[in-house]
Write a protein that binds this ligand. Structure first.
Ligand code: COA
Length: 140
């Protein structure tokens, strides 16, 4: 498997590749390039890896944070060709060890039940007592 290197800022073609990754996942399918560019501009921290030889985006996540109390992790995606090869581990290691997030009390994310064992490896728990995740959607 091609070695991966850290990407600090996505190039235009990597943004298009992110669009491609988004089309493959149930919660990001249908996102359009213009919105993705805006989302990247306004995400506090982006953690990404690309293939060293081709520059192709291989793993991505983005984080919204106040840098003190909370860091909310979104859109954790490894490109299908790289799954099961340690890229997800690389991504999560880089998120929880990110120097800008060193002081953060809580990393949080939401995921389907089948991903709980994956995130447990980095100390995430779904034992939140009576806490409930709530959402208000924009009226159609
Ligand atoms: C979930 C995902 C990020 C994992 O990435 P990956 O590159 O396949 O993971 P890795 O190969 O680095 O595996 C790291 C460890 O997690 C384990 N693991 C991987 N996927 C897992 C899963 N679905 N459930 C439980 N453990 C999992 C591996 O066995 C490995 O364990 P080990 O290192 O202790 O042996 C990847 O499958 C993916 O992008 N899925 C589609 C998008 C998605 O669902 N993202 C999560 C949104 S909440």
């Amino acid at each position: 498997m091609t070695p991966l290197e850290r990407v600090e800022r996505l190039t235009d073609s990597q943004i298009e590749q992110l669009w491609g990754l988004y089309q493959g996942e149930w919660w990001t399918r249908g996102r359009v390039l213009e919105d993705i560019r805006r989302v990247l501009e306004h995400s506090d921290v982006v953690v990404a890896f690309a293939e060293s030889d081709t520059g192709r985006l291989a793993a991505f996540a983005r984080i919204l944070t106040d840098y003190v109390f909370k860091a909310l992790v979104f859109d954790v995606i490894v490109a299908p060709a790289h799954r099961g090869t340690g890229a997800g581990r690389m991504l999560l290691d880089a998120i929880v060890a990110h120097p800008a997030l060193r002081a953060v009390c809580h990393f949080e994310l939401y995921c389907l039940p089948e991903l709980v064992p994956f995130y447990r490896k980095w100390g995430f728990t779904d034992d939140l007592g009576a806490l409930r995740f709530m959402r208000r959607s924009r009226p159609a």
